[in-house]
Design a protein around this ligand. Structure first.
Ligand SMILES: CC(C)(COP(=O)(O)OP(=O)(O)OC[C@H]1O[C@@H](n2cnc3c(N)ncnc32)[C@H](O)[C@@H]1OP(=O)(O)O)[C@@H](O)C(=O)NCCC(=O)NCCS
Length: 303
């Protein structure tokens, strides 16, 4: 098998495996400028030797070296799935075969296509689920965390969350606190990743506050040189994981979701429509500033 034989459909129609209910995957003509496409893949799918071998053929030399350096099979599967997903997904939108993509990293490790091709993407991986968010305009960030990490996250909440986030979390009934911690963690991580500056962004200088007309709003310390109004964000559940999306966009993005399962087969489009984007745009449009500011609530940045 050669790399060219593998899963490159580019802008051409994809054939659907029997019974999966799609004729073809997305391509560049399907993607509106302001749309976002979220792709899912499952590391356990590469347990099958044939799939693993096909994925391996897509790796660049550097990627192959990194893949071989992983000591644990679980990490090798996660890495291979991530590489195969980003390469095959991008090829649906741009006429480059999966094995031929090249990537560059910014100073903090955020990957982008090399050369620039008009597509933006961001990745997040976990042992059970890998996600790739693709768009054309604006910065993107995505994070996935398994629900089973809730207790681990709760243990580091005091160092990861800002005082206002912690105050809101601790005011919740104990039955809701673990879930809020998971949402906060994934949202904060998605913001960090959208900015592309890693943990050089201090975690206590930006915060997600829940409640009010906006549903959830992002507040930023001026030292971050950013405006909350640049961003739209969303929380999703998939296969026992929480997924947070962060998009630089003036309006709620049109979201499509695609599942690459089996990994190198034609993808299946998943139903969408129930996603809730924050802050609720009506609240932003009519008020322009956060509700609690209008109400005169205490705020650490405005004391
Ligand atoms: C490195 C970091 C970008 C993400 O780390 P992570 O949560 O371990 O990993 P994820 O699976 O979500 O994302 C990893 C992918 O993000 C991408 N990435 C790497 N650096 C990035 C950056 N600076 N910006 C955006 N994306 C980045 C890469 O594609 C990477 O996968 P790859 O190396 O296989 O290509 C960074 O945010 C980090 O170190 N976080 C530590 C966790 C933490 O303390 N979070 C606090 C939340 S309250």
């Amino acid at each position: 098998m050669r790399p060219d034989d593998i899963a490159f459909q580019g802008a051409a129609p994809l054939q659907s495996p029997p019974g999966q209910g799609v004729e073809r995957g997305p391509n560049h003509t399907d993607m509106e400028k302001e749309a976002l496409h979220l792709w899912f893949a499952y590391p356990n799918d590469v347990l099958a030797d044939r799939t693993a071998h096909a994925c391996e053929l897509l790796l660049s030399e550097d990627e192959r070296a990194r893949w071989q350096a992983f000591k644990f099979d679980r990490l090798r599967r996660e890495y291979l799935t991530t590489r195969a997903l980003v390469r095959t997904a991008l090829s649906h939108y741009h006429p480059i075969p999966p094995h031929a993509w090249r990537f560059t990293l910014n100073a903090y490790g955020k990957p982008a296509t090399d050369p620039e091709c008009g597509l933006r993407f961001n990745l997040s991986n976990s042992p059970g689920l890998v996600v790739c968010l693709i768009g054309q305009e604006g910065e993107l960030g995505v994070d996935v965390e398994p629900r089973e990490r809730v207790r681990e996250i709760a243990e580091v909440a005091a160092t990861a969350f800002s005082p206002l986030e912690l105050a809101q979390l601790e005011a919740l009934p104990s039955s809701e606190q673990l879930d809020r911690g998971l949402s906060l963690w994934t949202l904060k991580e998605a913001y960090i990743k959208a900015r592309g500056m890693g943990l050089s962004l201090p975690l206590n200088k930006f915060y997600f506050l829940f409640g009010g007309a906006e549903g959830i709003r992002l507040e930023l310390d001026p030292c971050l040189n950013d405006e909350p109004g640049r961003w739209r964000f969303c929380l999703l559940e998939r296969a026992g994981h929480r997924v947070a999306l962060m998009a630089e966009s003036a309006a709620d993005p049109e979201l499509e979701m695609w599942e690459a399962r089996p990994l190198l087969a034609a993808p299946t489009q998943l139903p969408t429509g129930g996603e809730e984007w924050f802050p609720h745009s009506q609240a932003v449009g009519f008020q322009g500033v956060s509700e609690h500011v209008l109400a005169g609530d205490k705020h650490p940045l405005r004391r």
